[in-house]
Design a protein around this ligand. Structure first.
Ligand SMILES: [Zn+2]
Length: 123
């Protein structure tokens, strides 16, 4: 079981599913919303329990982004046409038990760091 929350605790989530696709996203939207790189993994919507009133921002035709209206933690990313939701690995309490599989949108990454872990990178 993975459990997590936003910084203030108003939003909580948990899943018993095995999260897939653990990755770090370097896209402009994740940079802006997280302040840097956003790490996430996804589970089926039906297996993710969210409590609290998530503030959903319809960021694009592609997806919406969920954060806490009070403390601002960026917790969720959800494509409009998929039945999965990505959750922030950094918001998980305790060990995630996961290992990153890739970096995505690396063409948009900041110029103040290098990616040197040897994982696959997708532009
Ligand atoms: Zn909060």
């Amino acid at each position: 079981m993975i459990k997590g929350s936003c910084l203030c605790g108003d939003i909580r989530f948990e899943t018993a599913a095995a999260p897939q696709g653990a990755s770090m996203c370097h896209c402009n939207q994740c940079r802006k919303q997280s302040g840097g790189v956003w790490s996430s993994a996804f589970v089926p919507d039906a297996e993710l329990t969210i409590t609290g009133d998530v503030g959903w921002y319809y960021a694009s035709e592609l997806a919406k982004r969920g954060s806490c209206p009070r403390c601002g933690s960026f917790l969720f990313w959800k494509a409009h046409d998929e039945d999965t939701t990505s959750f922030a690995l950094g918001a998980v309490d305790g060990p995630t038990g996961l290992t990153l599989t890739k970096h995505i949108f690396t063409a948009s990454k900041g110029d103040y760091y290098d990616i040197a872990d040897g994982l696959p990178q997708k532009d």
